[in-house]
Design a protein around this ligand. Structure first.
Ligand code: ZN
Length: 232
């Protein structure tokens, strides 16, 4: 099967002088994950086969002996991990099904789900981001199962990401599903590309937030922050 590869767009973005600089400074270019139009023309099986082949090549170029028992299965393992686990959120087919329930107990205050652990990967270096998501919404008459909020966070995390985009994608999805503007998302994450390489700062965290609707009002926002502080 012959696949024609096109060159990536190498135009400068956001006025920066080079693609390298954009990646090193962790600047994203869009709220949508940049996808190719032919992203799903290959099925998962073919993607695994091709990634395995290319990862084998990378390891070989690095000088590793793929005949070693410990390394022999690595290309296949990495390929399966990429397609079926850590980047499975690229495929809309894996988007969680969400059922809404009537808010029959007429709870009209904010609902906060905090400390949702997520694993993602930085799209500039392909190394892990480990973080916590704190999500809140005010029901407009419908409520969502709590575990579904976790699943939505995980789905968008399982892509090559920048933290700002992940924050907005989760907030936008909740707005759409719940049919309300009153949504807040805060992400607090550690980036392995900052700790394990580059500047090698093991202590810094990155916090991003997206507030819509009533959560832009100071009193509502403060109430949300107060709940996040209850225990660490
Ligand atoms: Zn990075």
């Amino acid at each position: 099967m012959k696949q024609k590869e096109t060159l990536l767009n190498t135009q400068p973005v956001n006025g920066l002088s080079s693609i390298d600089e954009t990646g090193d400074e962790h600047i994203g270019t869009s709220h949508e994950t940049p996808m190719r139009p032919d992203a799903f023309e290959r099925d998962d099986e073919l993607k695994i086969e091709l990634i395995e082949k290319h990862f084998r090549e990378i390891m070989t170029i690095l000088g590793l002996d793929l005949n070693d028992d410990s390394l022999a299965g690595t290309p296949k393992r990495v390929a399966k991990m990429y397609v079926q686990e850590v980047f499975s959120g690229l495929n809309p087919a894996n988007k969680p099904e969400v059922t809404l329930f009537n808010n029959s107990y007429n709870y009209d205050q904010m609902l906060v789900e905090k400390n949702i652990t997520f694993f993602s990967n930085c799209e500039h270096h392909f190394v892990p981001i480990l973080g916590k998501a704190h999500v809140a919404y005010i029901s407009n008459g419908q409520v969502i199962g709590l575990s579904k909020i976790n699943r939505i966070v995980q789905y968008y995390a399982k892509r090559p990401q920048v933290q700002e985009r992940l924050t907005v994608q989760i907030a936008n999805e909740l707005k759409t599903i719940l049919g309300t503007e009153d949504v807040a998302v805060v992400l607090d994450a550690a980036h392995m590309c900052v700790s394990s390489r580059g500047i090698q700062d093991v202590n810094s965290k990155t916090i991003t937030s997206q507030f819509f609707g009533k959560f832009r009002e100071d009193a509502v926002k403060q109430e949300f922050f107060k709940y996040l502080e209850l225990e660490k």
